[in-house]
Design a protein around this ligand. Structure first.
Ligand SMILES: *Cc1c(COP(=O)(O)O)cnc(C)c1O
Length: 361
């Protein structure tokens, strides 16, 4: 099989050694005579995987299990849009949600069902092409929420806002394990696995234990962070296979230098692409003008002459590249460069951008 350069935003590229190991696990797990797809979630084989995955999430983030709990849930990041306020926001209380794009809008919509939402800042006026700079967090908010990487719009928080006394929470779906951050600043973070951490089917939630203790008890068991944490995400049958693969990805990250090495490599990759785009301003229009806000994970741009879009894509396809059309709501192009994406693929796209610009500039 020839692997293509898969620039898809999610589900997305996974490391080849992980796919190889996972394919062995599909045949047999740990000398058990059974596939990972067949073992009981209460078996000792799966127990080891589950505990290791929880421990590795914290190890890679540099957090202590004494301070933080890890929960694995179904329902994607989209369920977390509802679950977070369901557990932590009540009528008469306010949560602060910074509005940085489509995923933030969806998170805000769900939170409003449970309490009052204050928006400390928005970049809606400029089609979300920046991270808002002046932020007015409210006094005494129950929590504050950001989207660390805006997968659709191509912006990313490169620092963290000062939210005062409000515990900081985040949707980290598209940059968890990819950039260095002070993860100890977060009271809760969540990420659907399928962007950068594994296959679709599991969401990783990391919650500080003192914040967790303040959650409301009046929540259905399956939707309660407290119940899920207390039961070690084994209240019911967890998504066994996705968790197994997430653990393989975490071990791959550890073996390749941890988040620090991922961060450095991701910076190099993004720089190659942004430089290629910025070198031909008559042909390419990066959708995020302020370099300080550009995402390392999702590089977004338009063609100055949009009539050339089909030609651009056909050329990319001929060069074994896939997944480049922008999100259906914004159009243009998007190259997603998650941890597993190889630097050769980035270089190949940069070379193609240069060639295409010379021809059409
Ligand atoms: C993809 C994505 C989501 C939605 O994830 P699902 O797992 O499909 O619910 C939410 N937030 C961000 C930042 C995303 O990139």
């Amino acid at each position: 099989m020839r692997r293509i350069y898969n620039f898809s935003a999610g589900p997305a590229i996974l490391p080849v050694p992980v796919l190889e190991e996972a394919s062995r696990g599909v045949l047999e797990i740990d000398g058990s005579g059974m596939s990972i797809l067949e073992v009981s979630h209460r078996s000792k084989q799966y127990d080891a995987v589950h505990a290791e995955a929880q421990a590795n999430v914290l190890q890679v983030l540099g957090l202590s299990p004494d301070e933080y709990a890890v929960v694995f849930a179904g329902g994607g990041a989209s369920l977390q849009f509802a679950m977070l306020p369901m557990n932590f926001l009540a009528q008469g209380q306010t949560a602060d949600y910074v509005d940085t794009g489509e995923w933030a809008v969806k998170a805000i919509k769900e939170a409003k069902r449970f309490g009052t939402v204050n928006v400390p800042g928005t970049s809606k006026d400029t089609n979300y092409n920046a991270i808002p700079k002046s932020l007015a967090f409210s006094d005494g908010a129950r929590y504050a929420h950001i989207t660390t990487n805006n997968t659709i719009e191509g912006t990313q928080w490169h620092g963290l806002p000062d939210t005062g006394s409000a515990p900081l929470t985040a949707d980290m779906s598209s940059d968890i394990f990819a950039v260095r951050r002070d993860f100890g600043r977060f009271a809760l973070l969540y990420a659907g696995a399928q962007k950068n951490a594994g296959p679709a089917g599991v969401t990783i939630i990391v919650v500080r234990r003192d914040f967790l203790a303040t959650a409301t008890k009046d929540v259905p068991s399956m939707l309660s962070y407290q119940v899920q944490a207390e039961k070690e995400s084994l209240y019911n049958t967890p998504p066994v296979f996705p968790i197994y693969v997430v653990n393989l990805v975490l071990k791959w990250i550890q073996a390749n230098g941890g988040i620090a090495a991922m961060d450095a490599r991701n910076r190099d990759k993004a720089a190659i692409l942004y430089n290629a785009l910025d070198a031909a301003p008559g042909v390419y229009q990066p959708t995020v003008p302020d370099k300080a806000d550009r995402s390392l994970m999702n590089v977004t741009w338009r063609l100055a002459d949009e009539s050339l879009q089909a030609e651009f894509l056909a050329g990319a396809k001929a060069r074994h590249m896939d997944g480049l059309p922008g999100h259906r709501n914004v159009g243009g192009f998007r190259a997603s460069l998650y941890n597993a994406f190889p630097i050769e693929g980035v270089q190949a796209l940069a070379d193609y951008l240069k060639e295409f610009a010379q021809k059409n500039g």
